[in-house]
Ligand binder design. Structure first.
Ligand code: TRP
Length: 466
């Protein structure tokens, strides 16, 4: 159906495939993701502390808003097909963390996408979304007061943004990002544009206004993030860039939509009066920053601020987006993102809902879970004698990996298990037992929470989702 995108020698990122590359440093380099290392993450969650979240784009902008106690949002989307499993919970852990740092939460039910790419009816999407996903999000501890769930099919603005920004991309670009071909059905081609609408629409006034929005994802979703960031930047009327000689520069981006507002007349002639008015508006937007030196070149549509630092860039962009919107533009800040590593499947390869033995579903019975852990790939040696001598392999051992990623939140307890297992003092059957006990506690606790919160799911729904 859709040929995966191949970059370099077989590095593939395909949001609709269950095959994924796990060469994370290569993915980070090839797609220009930023590292997490060296960033000051306040109250780091287990996923941060253990290096499972490994990359980001523009996370500094988000953390900056959080530090200043200014508004910012976190957004995610769910594909309402199948059952929710451990892999899905990783994004929710990140959403919860951003919520605890002050973010408002928007959750898209990707019913249009599921309809386009999985052939599901919109009615089935609703039932699955609420009973399976939103219920588990609530049980996992997402707070309802600052969260709001909506359906793609019921929020016209989402589809309208997809359509409007669709003007700024081409079929060839969609082909090169997603590997779409002549046989690809058109709904499938539209789905990424709807997702662009999902990610950008919270910045519209009625959904909270201009503010940084962060989207935590697995790397498989990065093509959507890149597309969204590109389309938002292309629509921006002001470009804020580092200046070679130091400081920042602001350049007008002249487009069909704004040329008369920016004073560009026939054959590119600049109307000086109109242009100088725009420039005073820009100066006004910058006044609160208190720069002593602002060099203006209205004719070339350029402003230079030698004294501005890269740290100011986020705030300057935000005030110019407000000006853009005031002048009639969209005023959209490209989204930030964070990326987590995929957890290994229990059989040692990929985790996938289509192979139930490869993961634990959030409503699996304890017996089923226990069977899966017992059969899971072990990092133990062939004989007890060898194991005592060589020790277990924590990287490969599913029981250890699941304690590490999901079930053992206490860092020192985890390190103790690592020491015991890798030295050979702890046997493979023993680490599996620990994993089963911890998973039992985790699943039981979740089931109890689901029960206690079942009748409160409505609290998570936005008005247009009721
Ligand atoms: N495409 C996502 C998936 O396959 C679902 C999704 C829809 C989404 N809209 C989104 C994810 C916005 C993140 C942000 O699961």
């Amino acid at each position: 159906m859709v040929a995966p995108r191949i970059v370099g020698e077989g590095l593939r990122i395909d949001p609709w495939s269950s095959q994924q590359s796990t060469d994370y440093s290569r993915i980070r380099d090839e797609f220009g993701l930023g590292s997490i290392e060296g960033m000051a993450i306040p109250n780091p969650s287990m996923l941060h502390r253990r290096g499972i979240i490994f990359a980001q784009r523009d996370l500094d902008v988000v953390l900056d808003s959080s530090r200043r106690r200014e508004p910012f949002g976190v957004l995610t989307g769910l594909m309402p097909s199948g059952r929710m499993h451990l892999g899905h919970s990783m994004v929710i852990e990140q959403v919860k963390w951003f919520q605890s740092q002050g973010a408002d939460v928007t959750i898209a039910v990707a019913d249009l996408e599921a309809h386009a790419t999985r052939g599901m009816s919109l009615d089935d999407c609703r039932t699955t979304a609420l009973k399976e996903y939103v219920l588990n999000y609530a049980a996992l501890g997402l707070e309802s007061d600052s969260a709001s769930v909506y359906f793609q099919s019921r929020r016209p603005i989402v589809q309208r943004i997809g359509f409007t920004l669709g003007k700024r991309t081409t079929l060839s670009e969609m082909e090169s990002i997603y590997g779409f071909q002549g046989e690809t059905n058109l709904a499938h081609i539209q789905a990424p544009l709807v997702q662009v609408g999902d990610i950008l629409h919270p910045q519209f006034e009625e959904f909270g206004g201009i503010r940084p929005i962060v989207v935590p994802v697995g790397v498989d979703q990065d093509p959507h993030i890149r597309l969204t960031r590109d389309l938002a930047s292309r629509s921006n009327w002001f470009n804020v860039k580092p200046r070679k000689a130091g400081g920042l520069s602001i350049a007008l981006s002249i487009q069909e939509e704004n040329s008369s507002i920016f004073g560009v007349g026939e054959r590119g002639r600049v109307d000086r009066e109109v242009r100088s008015q725009i420039f005073s508006s820009i100066h006004e937007s910058l006044s609160s920053f208190g720069y002593s030196d602002v060099i203006s070149n209205p004719k070339h549509g350029l402003i230079e601020i030698p004294g501005a630092t890269n740290k100011d860039r986020g705030q300057i962009r935000l005030s110019l987006l407000r000006l853009e919107r005031h002048l009639g533009g969209l005023g959209l800040l490209p989204p930030a993102s964070t990326y987590h590593r995929f957890a290994i499947g229990m059989t040692g390869d990929k985790m996938s809902s289509s192979r139930p033995e490869s993961t634990i579903f959030l409503d699996d019975s304890i017996e089923d879970m226990e069977k899966k852990v017992k059969r899971a790939l072990s990092g133990g040696q062939a004989t007890v004698e060898e194991h005592r001598r060589l020790g277990g392999d924590c990287e490969k051992d599913v029981a250890f990996q699941y304690l590490h990623t999901f079930f053992e939140s206490d860092d020192s307890a985890l390190e103790e298990i690592r020491r015991e297992y890798s030295s050979g003092r702890m046997l493979a059957a023993e680490i599996k037992r620990i994993c089963i006990d911890k998973a039992t506690e985790w699943l039981d606790n979740l089931a109890e929470k689901r029960k206690s919160i079942e009748d409160q799911i409505d609290l998570f729904l936005s008005d247009d989702a009721r």
